[in-house]
Design a protein around this ligand. Sequence first.
Ligand SMILES: *Cc1c(COP(=O)(O)O)cnc(C)c1O
Length: 483
Amino acid sequence: MPEPLLFEMTEPGRRGFSLPGLDVPEKPAGDLIPAASLRSAPADLPELSEPEVMRHFIRLSLLNHHVDKGFYPLGSCTMKYNPKVNENTAKFSGFSQVHPLQDPEGISGILMLMGDLARSLCEISGMDAVTLQPAAGAHGEMTGIKIIRAYHERNGNPRTKIILPDSAHGTNPASAAISGYRTVQIRSNAEGLVDLEDLKKNLDEQVACLMLTNPNTLGLFESRICEISRMVHEAGALLYMDGANLNALLGIVRPGEIGFDVLHFNLHKTFSSPHGGGGPGSGPVGVRSFLRDFLPVPILVEDHSRWRFEWNLEHSIGKLQGFYGNVGVMVRAYTYIRMLGEKGLKQVSRDAILNANYLMRKLEGTFDLPHAQHHMHEFVLSGDRQKKWGIKTLDMAKRLLDFGFHAPTVYFPLIVHEAMMIEPTETESLETLDAFADVMKRIAMEAEQEPDILKQAPLTTPVSRLDEASAARDMDVCYRKRD
Ligand SMILES: *Cc1c(COP(=O)(O)O)cnc(C)c1O
């Protein structure tokens, strides 16, 4: 590691703080804390000045790539720039200092924010009711499937199967399986959309729902969605939408109006909360009115313009999450939605779509583009053409880091060979898109002329290629003091 630990930088006697002198009589510590709980020697903490600590953390932050540092076109993840005003509101003491165990009577402000956020999400999605409890997209999927199961159970049979397209995100089959369903995979057709014949063959009275991402993970809108919805509902099944790609639809399409019964949002993707590295997310779930009574408790209700929690819900699937969900993410998403308003949100999606198609057209001559039609907010290239020089998509992705760009999502969706899934988002300028396209073309040229560089890349990062398998299997997180 090029950066030492704070413990290695310690300088005895150095301080990063100064406190005023004691202005009350000093009491021996033993009077306040039982002797058995007192330490006998001071804690061995690093001793450093404030600028040393500051610079240490800034240097650490620069070892990694992040969206405040540069372009981050990680498909499916919507790594848009997160406006800092969101952080300001999330820090307001009225939001950040409330305690989850506080009497709801005393926190009407945050309840109103949550109620209003849920309403906005209904308006955006065309759903009738929203729970804010789930902590991430995958958690939202599980919530949605539990609601679907409870609904079918009430009708006498929970059913046994969930249908998914072969382009589905891995969390979809995982959520189905963890909720006790068998997953049935259906094919995509040559256009990259649901194969209706294959869907028809697999629809029977044991299907609980069809789970779709729309636009799908190729960045393509399922244009026959109304027909799909009719087929699914005729079989007595429900239609679930993975809403991770909602950044393409804001103000343009309301999923509730094209046949979806249940949908999860990823507030941390579409609505601009920082994400990645396992930090807090939020995966609200919206449902049509006939499923409202199955939502997890408590739900938020408005009573004479005051919001309160309602625990009494006839068919509720129960409680799903500690307290009321990740409230800090909700404040950020609420700020974002209110700052942009209806017109602004629509512009977000229009610009996201424009940026993706612009970049796609700039790159289609250099890389294979298996689905060449107009896309929504992301597109998938293939590295197949570069294979004849012995270069894999992974090599090209690693090389991007040398030019200050994060790599796209690679090898997903699984139905495209050597996939590179690129989602520029609306927050990038024309100059950034052009610079990225130039670098991608240069890398394609290197693949042909200097493939060895690509095989060794990245050459300029603090660490080069890591062995991903042993990094996960033989984790070594122990600190050993250097001499
Ligand atoms: C990100 C994503 C998910 C899962 O969401 P998390 O918030 O990461 O749990 C599900 N489906 C798609 C298509 C996604 O992009």
